[in-house]
Design a protein around this ligand. Sequence first.
Ligand SMILES: [Cu+2]
Length: 118
Amino acid sequence: MRLVALLALVVALPVLAADKAPAAPAAAARKIEIKVTENGFEPREIKVKKGQPVTLSFLRTTDRTCIKAIDIPAEKVKGFELPLNKPVELTIKPAKAGVEKFHCTAMAMGDGKIVVTD
Ligand SMILES: [Cu+2]
């Protein structure tokens, strides 16, 4: 009886471990918080690694600027809405080193920079 239970456990363990494996990569995305205040983007410049997914968490805390939606042309992001006082997340995976700019959709203002390094 005891042997059967032990065998069942030995058989079940690798299955349980295998079940959990696919969830790991999603947790790997680094998160960077960017606020949109009366001063614009804070921080205005962020640094990321090429080929590594990064989640940008935007929180707009003011209605007094024109930054209510943003574009990141290099990532083909256009008109990404930033609701007031509600964090929104956007995951990108920069493919090459360099500087990717982000700015308000309305007037291309804000001068945000994503510095992508090798
Ligand atoms: Cu603007």
